[in-house]
Design a protein around this ligand. Structure first.
Ligand code: UDX
Length: 459
């Protein structure tokens, strides 16, 4: 098949690469000429400056110039195309609704170009990035307005998680395809021929609107599940002296119907999808006069969770933040990424600064550069109190307390680094329950305050 992928962000680039691996002729198109130039080199460093996803560069290197091509010029690649995948950014507006500015601009531009094509073969426009229910229909209207001929619209949401996107795109649990007619289903069956009739992959054909809804319900359900553990499981562990949250998780998730994923209690879930998608679904459901209580609760628990350990530090551990130096470890929204979008660390650092801390010593194995941009002094003058370090040890030295805000594996063994770098009295706030030897640490005089458990203070 000849495929165009419009938009070479994280979703578009992974999709283009994996489709090229399956022998389709793939043209990745973007209006950002610098990006296209960088991707066309096939060089790891240049590609990873924009999208850093394990395994991605290897595929690009293998297929570049054979099956995969990058271009900023849509007109030159249009003839003979079977499907155009729309992979545009859809950021949130302040009211929670989805900002379709980039999407609409790209759709208009594509419509104008496609309207002039010479060959009139069937062409399907496929929404891949997350867009509100009804956007495929809206795309159809744009194409109709520009008198585009012989086309269909489809919704084919992606369910990839950052860090494992390539593996998941190669081996998805499901492929959801929403079309209006058999002709378009056939085209997408050929695009995804490796997954049709697959023994393990669920290949689901439905309406465009159902496909759009599937993505929102899936993401908001995942967040709600995390929020349930944070809002119920963690709270039980924090209030009942002899309830052990880790045993509670084990016991509850032993039931095959209850997922282990999402049961890790935390100082909130971040990332580019969950917060944005739940805000958008709340907005969409309000517009059709449906109660959004459930979604709101899930959203609120998640937001509350991001910073409440700081209040617990004051009330339960008796810690005073004013003029103190606090080490914050783990800045990205999760391990193995430099992505700071909606990361819990943002709220943690803002809250600490609001409590009058003198200094924040920050460390993350991958996200120091992104963090420096996120915490730019032009946004908030208080961010000048943040210093960045290349090791956890350096960040810990000279601090009065520590906040662990992400699930980087190296934090499991942190107790030793803490004991080597600082002396009690010292408070450790563990937003991810990462530190393995916390009991030994407490025995040595450190105070330990974690999500899901009561504060532990030395005798
Ligand atoms: C998520 C969905 O998993 C994916 O299907 C969708 O397409 C995009 O959104 P992603 O944002 O990459 O993917 O991250 P994910 O691994 O799901 O983690 C999201 C957040 O939840 C992270 O901050 C993570 O640390 C947190 N989390 C995850 C928890 O707090 N507890 C858990 O048990 C699991």
């Amino acid at each position: 098949m000849k495929i165009i992928v419009a938009g070479t962000g994280y979703v578009g680039l992974v999709h283009a690469a994996v489709c090229s691996e399956y022998g389709h002729e793939v043209y990745a198109y973007d209006i950002d000429a610098d990006k296209i130039k960088a991707f066309s080199t096939g060089q790891t460093e240049k590609i990873e400056k924009y999208v850093n996803e394990p395994g991605l560069t290897n595929i690009i290197k293998e297929t570049l110039g054979k099956y995969l091509f990058f271009t900023p010029d849509l007109n030159s690649i249009l003839e003979g195309t079977d499907a155009i995948f729309m992979c545009l950014p859809t950021p949130p507006n302040l009211d929670g609704s989805t900002n379709l500015t980039y999407y609409n601009a790209a759709a208009e531009n594509i419509a104008m170009t496609v309207a002039k094509r010479k060959d009139k073969r069937r062409l399907v426009f496929v929404n891949k990035s997350t867009v509100p229910i009804g956007t495929a229909r809206h795309l159809q209207e744009i194409m109709d307005t520009h008198s585009v001929e012989n086309f269909g619209v489809a919704s084919n949401p992606e369910f990839l998680a950052e860090g494992t996107a390539v593996a998941q795109a190669r081996s998805p649990d499901r492929v959801v395809v929403g079309c209006d007619n058999e002709e378009d289903f056939k085209i997408l069956r050929r695009v995804y021929s490796q997954f049709v009739n697959h023994v393990r992959v669920k290949y689901i054909e439905t309406t465009p609107e159902s496909a759009e809804a599937i993505k929102y319900v899936a993401n908001t359900l995942l967040l709600t599940y995390i929020s349930f553990w944070n809002g119920v499981g963690a709270k039980i562990g924090e209030k009942y002296p002899n309830v052990k949250i880790d045993d509670l998780r084990l016991g509850v998730t032993a039931d095959d119907r209850i997922s282990t994923w999402g049961s890790s209690v935390s100082n909130g879930a971040g990332g580019s999808c969950f917060g944005k998608d739940i805000a958008s679904l709340i907005y969409q459901m309000r517009r059709v006069n449906v109660s959004t209580k459930m979604l709101e609760a899930s959203y609120e628990v998640n937001e509350f969770q991001k910073v409440y350990l700081i209040d617990r530090a004051i009330t339960e551990a008796g810690f005073q933040f004013n003029n103190k130096t606090i080490a914050v470890l783990g800045l990205a929204f999760k391990k193995h990424t430099n992505d700071m979008r909606d990361a819990s660390s943002i709220k943690v650092i803002e809250s600490l600064l609001g409590k009058g801390v003198a200094k924040i010593k920050a460390y993350d194995p991958l996200a120091i550069e992104t963090a420096a941009t996120e915490f730019s002094i032009s946004k908030n003058i208080l961010f000048e109190k943040i210093d960045y370090f290349h090791t956890a040890k350096e960040a810990l030295e000279g601090s009065h307390a520590l906040f662990v805000s992400s699930d980087c594996e190296e934090f499991r063994g942190l107790s030793r680094t803490i004991e080597e770098s600082v002396k009690p009295p010292y408070l450790v706030m563990d937003g991810r329950r990462m530190i393995a030897d916390f009991e030994e640490m407490v025995a040595k005089g450190f105070s330990y305050l974690a999500v899901g458990a009561m504060a532990m203070k030395p005798e």
